[in-house]
Design a protein around this ligand. Structure first.
Ligand code: AMP
Length: 423
């Protein structure tokens, strides 16, 4: 597994819903969760979670998913994609069936798998206990085998490598899966460049898992970014010849409504002083500071602590238990400053983060979007500040601005008014 890893013919008749939005994640129509006619136990849990109105992606996708159709969905981070497949699969599952996996959800990162499993737990509160288990690398395999020997849960969320291991060793029977979900599917099925070489490790693991699933199953794939090159690959995994394709927001003009974005050109040697200055002067609930690799993550966190800014860090070289522990501690607000590699760049939802700093600028425009979307999720506001220090950074910044049709101005000398990004 890589640091985190962890790790084509178009069908002309495809039904595509491309919806351009001007607002944030909130509903554009007057739909209500009750209109979906979900199980009453689910509606109770939805109310308890404080969800009042379905977001646009939920309005577009939940009825289609509940109907059992295959879905390929692209919607920006923070719009409530997770609830789409969690609610639809919980609604469709057969509660009478014991000891078999009906829903398999795969995603690229262990923390994301853990986060998705928590959503299953939250929404299934009134259905039955222990609806979901998470199987991810970094946790002893034996532990997963014991869990499965005691009882196979109806929902399994995992990373491809671990699920494949369990299935290959015949500890996990996938032959009864009726719903198959891939979250962050472009990352899972697309290639990844490691040391300048493009690899498709995770895709080949997923293909092997896929071969163990029954032919008749619903397939749902979600991501914030879906480059055109990956779409035909995604369709090969679908059962329906014409999966429902939902693109909420067009990638060309993908806007992060509510998010203020600024950049500052800095020399590498000035970075830590400027960072301290920002942390000292800017108000925020919680901040995620992205760096390019685990060493920088550790070193910078130490520097921050020495400078009197209590912080912690998460990267892919840490023990899984420790990663989850720190992730949970940050989520529950035990500390406010988190240094992270791109491990946390995608899909992770931390409600109170309203400041993201790209200490090291990301290596792609997609990655920029995933990172800055950690602030300003689901109609909340946020601020993203990026340090630009190399010609490559400038190149990627130009790509970001042109692709997302956004102008990222220079960070003004005076501190940004907190009311503009307070959530
Ligand atoms: P996601 O895009 O799935 O990561 O969701 C982003 C955040 O929005 C999560 O904290 C969800 O709990 C929250 N969320 C999703 N749907 C709704 C909704 N309809 N109303 C309020 N919050 C929501």
């Amino acid at each position: 597994m890589a640091e985190e890893v962890d790790y084509e013919s178009e069908d002309e008749k495809t039904t595509t819903t491309t919806t351009k939005k001007t607002g944030g994640g909130s509903a554009m129509h007057s739909a209500n969760f009750k209109d979906f006619v979900l199980r009453p136990e689910l509606l109770n849990a939805i109310t308890e979670c404080g969800f009042e109105t379905p977001s646009q992606v939920q309005q577009e996708c939940i009825p289609v998913a509940m109907h059992g159709s295959d879905i390929i969905c692209q919607a920006r981070s923070g719009m409530g994609k997770t609830a789409v497949f969690v609610l639809a699969t919980l609604h469709l599952m057969d509660l009478e069936k014991e000891n078999q996996c009906q829903v398999l959800v795969l995603c690229h990162a262990r923390e994301l798998a853990y986060q998705i499993s928590k959503e299953y737990k939250r929404f299934s509160k009134y259905m039955r206990p222990d609806i979901c288990e998470v199987f991810i690398g970094g946790i002893p395999l034996k532990q997963n085998i014991e869990t499965l020997a005691a009882r196979v849960p109806p929902v399994i969320v995992g990373t491809p490598g671990r699920v494949l291991d369990l299935a290959t060793q015949k500890k996990l029977d996938l032959s009864k899966v009726s719903m198959f979900v891939i979250d962050e599917c472009d990352r899972v099925l697309g290639g990844e460049t490691r040391n300048g070489v493009e690899t498709f490790d995770m895709r080949s693991e997923v293909q092997k898992v896929f071969a163990m699933l029954p032919l008749e199953k619903q397939v749902m794939m979600y991501s914030a970014t879906l480059p055109p090159s990956i779409r035909s690959t995604l369709k090969k995994f679908c059962r329906d010849a014409n999966p429902k394709e939902v693109f909420v927001d067009d990638t060309q003009t993908l806007k992060l409504t509510g998010l203020l974005q600024y950049m500052r050109e800095v020399e590498e040697k000035e970075k830590s002083a400027i960072l301290s200055d920002i942390i000292d002067n800017y108000e925020f609930n919680q901040v995620v500071i992205f760096v390019s690799n685990f060493k920088r993550c550790q070193v910078l966190s130490n520097l921050m602590n020495e400078a009197g800014f209590p912080s912690n860090f998460i990267h892919g070289k840490m023990k899984q238990e420790e990663r989850i522990k720190r992730f949970d501690a940050f989520k529950s607000g035990e500390f406010r400053i988190l240094l992270a590699t791109d491990l946390l760049g995608r899909g992770i939802d931390i409600e109170n983060v309203n400041l993201v700093i790209n200490y090291d600028f990301p290596s792609s425009d997609d990655q920029y979007l995933h990172r800055v979307a950690r602030a300003g999720r689901f109609d909340t506001k946020g601020l993203a500040i990026s340090f630009i220090s190399t010609p490559e950074d400038k190149e990627i910044l130009a790509k970001v601005q042109s692709r997302f049709d956004v102008s990222i101005p220079v960070l003004p000398a005076e501190v940004i008014d907190y009311n503009l990004y307070k959530n």
